[in-house]
Design a protein around this ligand. Structure first.
Ligand SMILES: Nc1ncnc2c1ncn2[C@@H]1O[C@H](COP(=O)(O)OP(=O)(O)OP(=O)(O)O)[C@@H](O)[C@H]1O
Ligand SMILES: [Mg+2]
Length: 411
């Protein structure tokens, strides 16, 4: 009998092809489902795999006998009632850094009917499933790592933020502490200026009182004594007595002169009677006589009448600067220039002596030594004035005091 002519065989062939087609459709459907499910994001691996396995058993030739299991990363996920049997098929996959995994299908018992338990297409299906699972686990691992990195990053950011915040707070505290200290220093500086001036004023008062005492009491008493002595001398008949009285008269003259000089040294009355410039001229004469320093004075009297306190401060400052020349400069001469330029009034004391490093001198100046220049500067500040020192070793010194005209001091 010819092949094509047997209608029973043709029907069997068609039946087998249709069955095969149905099987392939089932397999494709299973793969499609598996791909969709494994691609859904954000699901825990265990739950997704349990669902998947239940659905996949339907793809096998004998779905009622099929049981499936996935083993991966030390864990196992299975369809309900899974156990290992002799009728078994398996495919493996590997994920770098984790290890190997596998997917397997077992039949509960030997399937009835002819042929092999598992079809070659089913082996391919299992291989495809293994590759899908591998891709899923690789992605899942990457997601986990990303999540860990993200949380780590968030933690680092939070830590850095709190560090920065506390740094910021301590900086703010430091700034306000510094501001407080600056305010304190400014307050102390203001008090210092005031104290320097009060000291000067106290000194002026003392000096005036001492000068008045010297003049009114000692000076006058000596003058009276001299007068009485002159009368005695005129009346004296005895030559010996007369010469003794004359001798005493000479001593009294010395004492009177000494007292007058002392009075001037304490404070020259000329400062109050004639003003600052004549007092400075008297001072230069006094330094020439007493200390052998040639002092030249040039300038004009201040155009405005100076405040009495300021006048005293400037006079005493010139005196201190001349004393400095005598003490430190080893100079032959000094020049004083008094100028009343426009809105300011200034006095410069210059010498041709050894000079000095003004900044170093100020650094050296401590509570115990070198009050002279410091005191002048503080007092001038009180009158809104300033002190300028121009000097260098071996090049003499020029020290200028400048005050605004009509300065009466801060209140
Ligand atoms: N004309 C000058 N020539 C050279 N050096 C000077 C002159 N004036 C001041 N100095 C230097 O500057 C320093 C400071 O002077 P300042 O008048 O402040 O203090 P002092 O004269 O040493 O002490 P004090 O004035 O308190 O008695 C001096 O010790 C000295 O070294
Ligand atoms: Mg001095």
């Amino acid at each position: 009998m010819k092949k094509g002519k047997d209608p029973g065989r043709a029907a069997r062939n068609r039946g087998r092809i249709e069955w095969q087609l149905r099987e392939r459709v089932k397999e494709l459907d299973a793969l499609h489902r598996a791909a969709r499910m494994l691609q859904s994001h954000g699901r825990p691996a265990g739950e997704a795999l349990g669902k998947l396995l239940k659905a996949l058993t339907k793809a096998w030739q004998h779905p009622q006998l099929a049981m499936m299991r996935i083993a991966y990363g030390g864990r196992k996920y299975s369809s309900p009632g899974f156990r290992r049997t002799r009728w078994r098929q398996q495919a493996s996959f590997a994920v770098r850094g984790v290890g190997r995994g596998s997917v397997e299908t077992c039949y509960r018992r030997r399937p009835s009917g002819p042929g092999r338990s598992f079809l070659p297409e089913e082996a391919k299906l299992l291989g495809s499933l293994a590759r899908l699972l591998q891709a899923f686990f690789v992605r899942h691992k990457a997601e986990q790592r990303l999540l860990r990195a993200k949380t780590g990053l968030q933690r680092t950011v939070a830590r850095r933020t709190s560090q920065l915040r506390s740094l910021n707070e301590s900086l703010r505290a430091e700034i306000s502490e510094r501001r407080r200290n600056e305010r304190k220093i400014r307050r102390y500086q203001a008090r210092l200026k005031l104290l320097a001036l009060q000291l000067a004023m106290f000194e002026e008062q003392e000096r005036r009182e001492i000068a008045a005492d010297l003049h009114d009491h000692i000076g006058q008493t000596l003058m009276m004594a001299k007068l009485n002595l002159s009368q005695l001398r005129a009346a004296a008949r005895d030559a010996g007595l007369a010469s003794s009285l004359e001798e005493i008269g000479g001593l009294l003259d010395q004492a009177i002169n000494y007292t007058r000089n002392l009075t001037f040294e304490v404070i020259p009355p000329v400062l109050y009677e004639l003003g600052l410039l004549p007092a400075i001229e008297w001072l230069s004469e006094h330094f020439r006589e007493k200390h052998g320093l040639e002092v030249s004075v040039r300038g004009e009297p201040p155009a405005v009448i100076l405040d009495r306190k300021l006048q005293f401060v400037l006079y005493m400052a010139v005196r201190e600067l001349l004393f400095n020349v005598v003490k430190h400069a080893a100079a032959g001469r000094a020049q004083i220039a008094v100028t009343g330029r426009g809105q300011s009034f200034s006095i410069t004391v210059a010498d041709d002596g050894r000079g000095f490093d003004a900044e170093a001198a100020e650094r050296r100046a401590s509570a115990t030594r070198g009050y002279g220049l410091f005191g002048i500067r503080e007092k001038l500040h009180y009158f809104s004035g300033n002190l300028k020192i121009e000097s260098a070793a071996g090049r003499g010194s020029r020290i200028t005091m400048e005050v605004p005209a009509g300065a009466e001091g801060q209140r």
